[in-house]
Design a protein around this ligand. Structure first.
Ligand code: BEZ
Ligand code: FE
Length: 641
């Protein structure tokens, strides 16, 4: 149990492709009639066209780090035109100006982000003026509405997409080890990292891949939400200093520094690093992040961004001084030597050493295997093998499977095959006891809610059972409590189906099927009936009982190993088919019977549990019954073919 606090910020978000068309309605929704548009270049023109007469002025000079003098000029324009609503279109720079104007005037602000900066969902504003930078946070800074239009991001050049995307991932990374972290933020953060890491390579390959762009924009929003909800650590502090003091470009700096800040914090944030590595699909979070960035064309070094090597010590001192004057949350203590080493690695573009004992990065291997299926002539086979291999590799990696464990698994499967033969199918039993048979069965057969649910076939069906007339007794004289079965077969409209073939089979009162009783001559407790004009079949049998599935093989060992019992709840099997209808294989379970809630093959479904009522008075067909007897009535609804 983890106690936590989470504040969510009130904001209206519209997400989609072509959402810019909704801009005028959204402006009016905020009470806006005269818009000051903060935008330049193509997206600005598109926004202006969408706004039409609602736009009374456009300011095109938004500047990085939101200088106060630029804000003053925009403010003058706003007053001159009597604007009553702000629309910012662009990256963090446009959004920042929108925030600066809105907090000064109280006007509503609608942000249309075209990069992955994420600042549109934070109540934080950083401004520069008088040679310094101030940052403040207030609810009034948060835009009222954010309109994400995937189409506006299609033209974002690949290098900008990469650095902006990594900038977004940095919010999510630092949120995961922030003291403000909580399960909500964790969920956003891991989804943001996984989404962005998967989208960027697709964008690099095809910048106008709308789905990849949508995934990246969605990830950026989630990452921005992390930034709004959790205090950032050393990585953000370092980037702030490198940008503010050494004038390095914002998103590129984030891209270079992030893997190194992660490597620095890894020893004291193992849980966060494990989640990040998992989201990246890699063994070591920091090295995996570096590899991803390198594979996307970087940048990977501060040297390439123009930082002189001689400045590294000063930057480390500043970071340390910053930590002392305005402490920020960081999982690992920030020391001058530590940060200087970090910066030297980042300057040189050195790949972070994976932590000692970390699993190696195996993504390349999985990709090689997956790529080997690319030429599969049968698309479905290629698709299924691809997904199977991905899950298998992930399973092995996630559980850090040992060679001994894997060899045990192979031996287990070998024995499962060896014990199987014409009379025993241990693989089916394995599939049954792992619930896979039921999953496949339900996906295949239980998609029409108005028809009777299906249930697994099981190993005791014998094709072509003896035909029996209506009213026959199928117990072959075996002892047990008599059971009168009176069931109907109807179509989804409730109309009777005449001439349906109905095979039934069940266990005896000791839980054995006839095929398991070597001394029994001929079939017992199994037969084939044909439904009459009312869709009915009627016969005598005995009450079935619970029984264990065969336990003397590998499946039995597996059940023992996890402390599971081998029992099936008491049931009768039915297989029904009729011309023009889908075959139904199902079971009826005795209400109140044993193991209904822990059936070892997971076959029980609510709609199949039936009251096997005690009968009273004379038997329905006038038969003389000694002692108690039971009655099973049920209607099977079968689906048209
Ligand atoms: C059966 O109901 O007959 C059965 C089903 C799955 C595994 C074993 C038995
Ligand atoms: Fe059975």
């Amino acid at each position: 149990m983890r106690s936590f606090a989470y504040s969510s910020h009130p904001i209206r978000v519209l997400f989609g492709a072509g959402t810019l068309r909704q801009l005028p309605d959204e402006v009016r929704r905020l009470g806006g009639t005269r818009v000051l548009l903060l935008a330049r270049s193509q997206p600005g023109e598109a926004a202006r066209a969408a706004l039409g007469a609602l736009c009374v002025a456009q300011f095109t000079d938004a500047t990085m780090h939101t200088p106060v003098e630029v804000t003053e000029r925009a403010l003058a324009m706003l007053r001159e035109h009597g604007a009553d609503c702000l629309v910012s279109v662009g990256g963090g720079t446009s959004t920042g100006l929108g925030k600066a104007l809105s907090v000064r005037t109280g006007l509503p602000h609608l942000a249309v982000p075209t990069t992955y900066a994420g600042s549109e969902v934070t109540p934080v504003l950083g401004e520069t003026g008088n040679g310094g930078k101030t940052t403040r946070s207030a609810p009034a800074i948060l835009p009222e509405t954010v309109l994400y239009d995937v189409e506006l991001t299609l033209a974002l050049p690949v290098p900008v997409s990469v650095t902006s995307g990594v900038n977004a991932m940095a919010h999510a990374v630092e949120a995961l080890y922030s003291p403000d972290a909580n399960p909500v933020i964790d969920g956003f953060a891991t989804r943001a990292i996984a989404g962005m890491a998967a989208a960027l390579p697709r964008i690099a390959q095809n910048p106008s891949d709308v789905d990849a762009r949508a995934d990246a924009l969605m990830a950026a929003w989630l990452a921005g939400t992390c930034l709004a909800g959790a205090g950032m650590g050393l990585h953000h502090k370092l980037c702030h200093i490198l940008g503010g003091t050494f004038d390095l470009p914002h998103a590129q700096t984030h891209t270079v520094v992030l893997p190194h800040a992660m490597a620095y914090n890894a020893p004291t944030a193992p849980d966060a690093m494990r989640r990040i590595a998992e989201a990246l699909g890699t063994g070591d979070a920091a090295a995996g992040m570096f590899d991803l960035i390198a594979s996307l064309g970087g940048p990977t070094s501060l040297r390439a961004l123009g930082l002189p090597e001689a400045e590294l010590s000063r930057a480390a001192l500043l970071a340390n001084a910053g930590a002392e004057s305005s402490p920020y949350p960081n999982p690992r203590e920030v020391t001058v030597e530590g940060v200087e080493r970090l910066l030297r690695d980042a300057w040189a573009g050195q790949r972070p050493e994976p932590a000692a004992g970390a699993a190696p990065d195996l993504g390349w291997l999985t990709r090689q295997v997956v790529d080997s299926f690319a030429g599969s002539p049968n698309g479905r086979v290629g698709e299924l093998l691809t997904d199977l291999v991905r899950h298998l590799h992930e399973f092995v990696r996630h559980n850090d499977l040992t060679e001994e464990e894997w060899l045990y698994a192979i031996d287990f499967l070998t024995r499962t095959g060896q014990i199987s033969g014409p009379k025993r199918q241990e693989f089916v039993l394995l599939s049954d006891t792992l619930g896979v048979s039921s999953v496949v069965d339900m996906l295949t057969n239980s998609r029409t809610p108005q028809t009777t649910p299906s249930a697994v076939l099981g190993p005791f069906y014998v094709p072509g059972p003896p035909a029996a007339p209506a009213g026959a007794d199928i117990s072959a004289g075996l002892p047990g409590t008599p059971l009168w079965v009176d069931v109907r077969v109807v179509n989804p409209d409730g109309e009777p189906i005449e001439g349906a073939t109905v095979d039934v089979w069940q266990s005896n009162e000791d839980g054995f099927y006839d095929v398991q009783l070597p001394d029994l001559e001929g079939p017992a407790l199994r037969a084939r009936f044909e439904s009459d004009a009312e869709g009915r079949i009627r016969f005598w049998s005995i009450l079935p009982s619970e029984y264990p599935i065969p336990k003397d093989g590998p499946v039995g060992q597996m059940l023992d190993a996890v402390g599971r019992h081998p029992y099936r709840a008491p049931h009768l099997h039915f297989m029904i088919w009729a011309d023009g209808y889908r075959r139904l294989v199902t079971q009826l379970f005795v209400a109140g019977g044993a193991y209904l809630d822990s059936d070892t093959v997971f076959g029980v479904k609510n709609g199949l549990v039936v009251d096997f009522k005690p009968g009273n008075g004379p038997a329905p067909d006038g038969r003389e019954v000694d002692g108690p007897w039971h009655l099973l009535e049920f209607t099977f609804r079968i689906a048209p073919a």
